[in-house]
Design a protein around this ligand. Structure first.
Ligand code: ATP
Length: 221
């Protein structure tokens, strides 16, 4: 039985990504974190113009629509389109600053896969993120938690194994959580589509239908 006693006031989970396209690795991870951490909700934030990656293949509106159909009907999942609407580069620290102002009393949890967490020191004003939110790291196949360097030190200073700490403070802790390991990536999915393959059971049927309609990764005729 899930404990919903803190759900009304529980932390807000923020799951950013290019979602190019969204897949079950994202969705199952978000769902397990929603339940295990007793989050009030998980907000999916598709990035508009990602600073760290080469250009995405589906445009921002298409990626947003795929996220919308993927989470439709799931209680506790919502979509936030602010990064798609923002012009210029999207930085997580700007998004978190806005959300902190909107939710001054609610703990915020930035949800990251281990690969994304390892890249954190390259993010714009990355240390400021810990003044705005907790960082929750989901284990991802093939990636190990840092034990050295700036992230290793931060794990010692800010790491916690207690979910209570994510509810009691508004920001500042790091929590690593093991989730069901699904070795699915958007890169692999794009290759499947490019090779004429079927994405069934890797993405929700609603996303699969949309992918067929949009043809955003299909080879050019
Ligand atoms: P790409 O293959 O294009 O790099 P991706 O599959 O890693 O894409 P992103 O949209 O870049 O997807 O990821 C958004 C977030 O979801 C990141 O924090 C990433 O670590 C996490 N994530 C992606 N795939 C998985 C997965 N299979 N299991 C757990 N976390 C994942």
């Amino acid at each position: 039985m899930s404990d919903t006693s803190t759900a009304a006031t529980g932390p807000l989970g923020l799951f950013g990504g290019t979602f190019d396209p969204i897949h079950y690795g994202h969705l199952r991870t978000a769902f397990e974190l929603l339940q295990a951490l007793r989050l009030q909700q998980v907000r999916f934030l598709p990035t508009g113009n990602p600073p760290h990656r080469e250009q995405t293949l589906a445009d921002a509106e298409q990626r947003l629509e795929m996220v919308r159909v993927a989470v439709a009907g799931q209680p506790g999942f919502t979509v936030d389109d602010r990064e798609v609407r923002r012009s210029g580069l999207s930085y997580s620290v700007d998004t978190l600053t806005e959300l902190r102002a909107e939710f001054p009393q609610r703990p915020l949890c930035l949800l990251l896969g281990m690969d994304a967490f390892l890249g954190l020191p390259h993010w714009h004003r990355w240390r400021d993120i810990f003044d705005l939110a907790h960082v929750v790291v989901a284990h991802r196949p093939g990636w190990k938690a840092p034990t050295q360097g700036p992230l290793g030190e931060l794990m010692v200073d800010r790491g916690t194994g207690a979910i209570r700490d994510l509810h009691d403070a508004l920001a500042g802790r790091i929590f690593v959580h093991a989730v069901t390991q699904l070795e699915i990536s958007s890169t692999e999915l794009r290759q499947v589509i490019l090779g004429g393959g079927d994405t069934r059971y890797l993405v929700p049927d609603s996303v699969r239908d949309l992918l067929r309609q949009l043809k955003c990764y299909a080879p050019r005729q």
